[in-house]
Design a protein around this ligand. Structure first.
Ligand code: ADP
Ligand code: MG
Length: 609
């Protein structure tokens, strides 16, 4: 039998490689844009016709190529970016596999024009299905322009597999955004069928996010910043109240490369835990820098997956830095973080060694804004742990201010001398509490506030010690269905921690001897029913730890109802307890509790004519 193995011609090998690298027009967009960035471009223009099916053109003002390099760039494994295997561990460019241009040329008609800055003339190169059809000198601006026409002309299976223009266009825009988001110092434009879709100037990182996703994002972003030896994290998270039901903007960039990573996504998601409901998706734009030696970017042809050497540590750091930012933000929900330049990354020169990210102020503290918060508070810094103390600070001032406002609020309530010392509370519709803080006033959603307080208390009881149980005068029998009885029996131990004293598990009923202190004014029957209802409901919607669920359910079933009356002492007590919570601004299911009204803003509103 004759030998049957032979080497595939390059054009076939390239076509096979193209199958991996170029799956749709958007893949070509990504590769071409990344090459432009690697070439040090300051401006990158993307031109698309018919969702990329007819034309994809990327024009850059980068370093350009010599005649020979232009030709070589289309060879498989032709790259200027690495030459030795070890260099794979020091990659600072986007490309390094040297297969993008070869792959693109294998499945499309390609025209490249390129000129080195120092040369008078550039070069023009025409390829069709890996074959060079011609090369000639030509006049061209410094930089490179590559046009990819009739993509998949020779691979009908691929061509037929393409989705509608709208879908393909969405993929293209996505790739465009991913590149634009990591290079705020580069100007980008994008046209589709002669319509301008994007024209974004070089700017700060925050401004770039806003330019890409729209002005409404500005108020939604909270900065994140953390520098450790293993990883530095910076960027933005979306405020919890803007979390979406549909998967929204979630971006990880590692060393300026967009990546997908379920594990790290989980780190962010878990940092948002108890601030947003389980089915909501937090927004984030997180830029990680790690030592290139500590990641492997070469595990996926499109390089959207990387392996981290210290994945667990990075997980913990991301989680805590996001948590930290959420804490800072929560301390004053109305505080605007519109600090345009704080997160700005100074553009690094191409090929420069990129060290730890530098920001203008490594100790950026959003509370150090003049006139916002008492200086003493600012001096202590504004971590999550300082929550209650910060609020106390706001409060002390209010007590002094109280005299001025008291008459107004007290007018038709109790006489002054019976009112306990403390900030004046005004009840609104038996639903909200209005009270003053130093910079204005706040409206507190009573029920949600109470839920938050009860929830954190329940969690603490579940974790540490038994909650206080109030022994019933007479044990109460509660009738339940068989499955509910079984559920109660399952939860028995935790219920005991929460302050329930239950026994007599029988057929269809239980005996309740004691209930948590705050639930004494409810009948045992309705309390238990309510609790089970909440618990079962949340188990459907939310995949969460059962203790957390139990705490949330108990809080929801025992919290004060809208319409129930509250004495001023009770309101004061509630507010005090709320501000001692670790997350006072959001209910256990992620709904806002506090609205802040700033005197300055109010003054401004009255001024406008
Ligand atoms: P890689 O980016 O992995 O090196 P490519 O096939 O994408 O592989 O590109 C091959 C080479 O062509 C690059 O290493 C680079 O030297 C050159 N090149 C590609 N695009 C450009 C461009 N826009 N400007 C300058 N050089 C380019
Ligand atoms: Mg490349």
């Amino acid at each position: 039998m004759p030998d049957i193995i032979h080497l595939l011609p390059d054009s076939v090998a390239n076509q096979i490689a193209a199958g991996e690298v170029i799956q749709r027009p958007a893949s070509a967009v990504k590769e071409l844009m990344e090459n432009a960035i690697d070439a040090g471009a300051q401006t990158v223009n993307l031109v698309i016709k018919d969702a990329g099916k007819t034309l994809i053109r990327v024009i850059d003002d980068g370093c350009g190529m010599s005649d020979t390099d232009a030709r070589l760039s289309f060879e498989r494994h032709a790259t200027s970016k690495i030459s030795k295997a070890e260099e794979l561990w020091h990659i600072r460019t986007k490309g390094f596999r040297g297969e993008a241009l070869a792959s693109i040329a294998a499945i499309a008609h390609v025209e490249m024009k390129s000129r080195l800055r120092e040369n008078e003339l550039g070069t023009r190169l025409i390829l069709e299905g890996s074959e060079v059809k011609g090369q000639e000198p030509c006049a061209a601006p410094a930089g490179t322009s590559i046009s990819v026409k009739n993509i998949f002309f020779n691979t009908p299976a691929r061509r037929n597999f393409l989705k509608s223009d709208a879908v393909e266009m969405r993929h293209i825009v996505e790739e465009f955004e991913r590149v634009a988001l990591v290079h705020p110092d580069v100007e980008f434009t994008m046209h589709h069928n002669d319509n301008e879709l994007f024209a974004i100037r070089a700017s700060s990182l925050r401004q770039r996010v806003v330019n890409v996703f729209g002005a409404r994002f500005n108020e939604r972003l909270v900065p994140v910043k953390e520098a450790t030896d293993i990883v530095s994290v910076k960027g933005f998270i979306g405020k919890p109240e803007f979390a979406k039901k549909t998967r929204g903007e979630q971006y990880f960039f590692v060393n300026d490369r967009f990546i997908k990573n379920g594990y790290l996504h989980h780190a962010v998601k878990s940092a948002f835990e108890d601030l947003i409901s389980r089915d909501a998706h937090p927004t984030y734009f997180l830029y990680l820098k790690v030592d290139p030696e500590a990641i492997d970017v070469n595990i996926h042809p499109t390089k959207t997956e990387v392996k981290f050497a210290e994945e667990r540590a990075i997980y913990a750091i991301i989680r805590s830095s996001v948590r930290n930012s959420l804490g800072k933000y929560n301390i004053a929900p109305s505080l605007d973080f519109d600090q345009e330049d704080v997160m700005n990354i100074p553009p690094a020169p191409q090929n420069a060694t990129i060290g730890a990210p530098k920001t203008k102020d490594l100790n950026f503290n959003p509370f150090e804004q003049e006139g916002r918060v008492p200086a003493a508070t600012a001096a202590r810094g504004g971590g999550t742990a300082n929550w209650s103390r910060n609020w106390e600070e706001l409060y002390k001032v209010t007590e002094k201010q109280r005299e001025e406002t008291a008459p107004m609020f007290d007018a038709d309530t109790e006489p002054k001398d019976t009112t306990p010392v403390g900030p004046t509370m005004l009840d609104l519709q038996r639903k909200y509490i209005l009270t003053r803080i130093r910079s204005g006033f706040i409206l507190v959603h009573r029920r949600r506030a109470h839920e938050r307080v009860l929830y954190e208390k329940a969690l603490a009881s579940l974790e540490n010690r038994a909650g206080l149980s109030q022994q019933n005068l007479f044990p109460q029998t509660v009738e339940l269905g068989a499955s509910d009885c079984a559920l109660i029996e399952d939860l028995h131990e935790d219920l005991h921690r929460l302050g329930f004293n239950i026994d007599g598990f029988g057929s269809g009923s239980i005996v309740v001897n004691g209930v948590p202190a705050e639930a004494t004014d409810m009948s045992a029957q309705s309390l238990v029913e309510n609790l089970l209802e909440q618990y079962k409901n949340s188990s459907d919607r939310m995949r969460s730890d059962h203790r957390e669920k139990l705490a949330r359910s108990l809080a929801a079933s025992t919290a004060i109802r809208d319409g129930q009356s509250m004495a001023e002492v009770e309101m004061t007590d509630l507010i005090d307890r709320l501000f001692a919570c670790s997350q006072p601004s959001l209910s256990p299911t992620g709904k806002p509790i506090i609205l802040t009204f700033d005197m300055d803003d109010i003054d401004k509103k009255f001024k406008v004519q």
